[in-house]
Ligand binder design. Sequence first.
Ligand SMILES: [Zn+2]
Length: 75
Amino acid sequence: MMGRWDRAIPLPPKTYTCHHESCHQVVEATEGWPFLKDEQYEIWFIYICPQCLRPTFFDHFERQIPEATSHKTLA
Ligand SMILES: [Zn+2]
């Protein structure tokens, strides 16, 4: 797919498995959006997958959404 997300900014590089249906790659993402609190970087981030361009959310427990689903773990 061609194109880009509007107003995405550089983020600390993050390696993760992209769990979107069409992807399932281990990727290193470098762009997205941080959640800002008091104008400082907080520890919630949305990263954009460089392979499929779909966003993944990470919270302060490193919980990832979308996460691996059971049928994919078994596949
Ligand atoms: Zn992806």
